[in-house]
Design a protein around this ligand. Structure first.
Ligand SMILES: C[S@@+](CC[C@H](N)C(=O)[O-])C[C@H]1O[C@@H](n2cnc3c(N)ncnc32)[C@H](O)[C@@H]1O
Length: 279
């Protein structure tokens, strides 16, 4: 594991990035793609009979996908008020369903989490490594998974990061300290160096990546670039360490794992049996 200085005092403004993503890029197609991706990783055709806790909902697109997939109850929360507002916008678009609640909340606030009870599906994609206390956040989130329930998380992986975790932690520190024009310049620098590999002939493959980003989880290329360069605080986790931690601490079994360019997605099942009703 590689840690940043866990200071959350100069957090990246995720919410502004998500608000602009939804204002500029929301579409029925992205909504459908997000739903397809969610269900395919879960290996399900719908979320009927399940409830969905979205920790760090960001844009809210994945809560909306859970709504479309017929989850019985949805609760979305995020630390950033603008993420909360943007998720609320999508809830509004869904017709303000009474079985979907959205509010501000902190995954590091144990009292808040305890009030939420347990859920048959706890989802937290790209969030827990941005809290400043990743292992505590993983533990807090895992406590919300009902016996027999599923835990779908994505974390920055130290197994795949190049050139090194330290390199990116330094870049992120500089990005967050920069003003708007320097940030824009750093976004172009990142694309030129890491996406094009300093080779203009790779432009067609960049265009393909932009398109595939949309196909991946319904996200937008530039929103993800800003999220990657800005996302702070931030830590990396070693894939096997996550699997071992959840097995030893919670008896969660790994159902599947998918390693991407930066994040590894994990699906765990809480192997503890649901308690049978004595009546
Ligand atoms: C990279 S975004 C991911 C958003 C969304 N889950 C997705 O997959 O698109 C990370 C989100 O986590 C939220 N976040 C960061 N720290 C948090 C905390 N302590 N509690 C709840 N949410 C947090 C951020 O505000 C941001 O919206």
């Amino acid at each position: 594991m590689t840690s940043a200085d866990n200071s959350a005092s100069n957090r990246y403004e995720f919410g502004a990035n998500w608000a602009s993503f939804i204002d500029r890029h929301y579409s029925i197609e992205r909504r459908r793609v997000a739903g397809d991706k969610l269900l395919s990783f879960l290996g399900k055709e719908s979320l009927e009979g399940m409830d969905f806790l979205d920790i760090g909902s960001g844009s809210g697109l994945h809560s909306l996908a859970a709504f479309d997939a017929k989850a019985e109850r949805i609760h979305s929360f995020d630390f950033d008020p603008l993420s909360v507002r943007t998720t609320g916008k999508l809830r509004h678009l869904a017709g303000e369903p009474p079985n979907w609640t959205v509010e501000r909340g902190d995954v590091l606030d144990v009292d808040y989490l305890e009030k939420l009870g347990t859920w048959s599906l706890v989802y937290s994609w790209g969030v827990l490594h941005h809290t400043g206390a990743m292992w505590q956040a993983i533990e807090n989130a895992a406590h919300r998974v009902a016996p027999g329930g599923l835990f779908f998380i994505a974390l920055y992986s130290s197994n795949v990061v190049k050139p090194s975790a330290q390199f990116w932690l330094d870049v992120k520190r500089r990005y967050n300290a920069a003003g708007p024009s320097k940030r824009r310049w750093m976004e172009y620098w990142y694309i030129w160096r890491f996406r094009l590999g300093r080779n203009p002939f790779r432009l067609p493959s960049l265009v393909k990546q932009v398109y595939e980003k949309k196909k991946g989880r319904g996200m937008s290329y530039m929103t993800d670039v800003r999220d990657w360069l800005g996302g702070w605080p931030m830590e990396f986790a070693e894939d096997q360490a996550v699997v071992d931690f959840l097995k030893e601490r919670f008896d969660f079994e790994l159902v599947r794992m998918s390693t991407g360019e930066a994040c590894t997605e994990f699906l765990f099942r809480n192997a503890n049996k649901p308690q049978s009703n004595p009546n």
